[in-house]
Design a protein around this ligand. Sequence first.
Ligand SMILES: [Zn+2]
Length: 95
Amino acid sequence: MAESCSVFGCKSTKSDTVSLHVLPKDPGTRAKWIQFIWRARAVPAKIPDKIRVCSHHFSDDSFVNFTQKLMGFASKLILNPYAVPSFYLGDNTTS
Ligand SMILES: [Zn+2]
């Protein structure tokens, strides 16, 4: 089964335009991610290893090479190690 985004309500899977990101190593940043992913739901006692957050939930400046990727100089977006997801899909969807 293909990997997909773990954020509640988001069904994004990895593609050319969507990248999936694993939990950061920094404990403080990690805690913010977990808070974001579970939002109003109860956080499980043991966080699953397969947690992924897709690039839709991050602002452009969360990526160290966003401009390079946009211009075609990079094939994969690299997330700033201290970036925290901040957007929920559906909050301002246009589709
Ligand atoms: Zn997502």
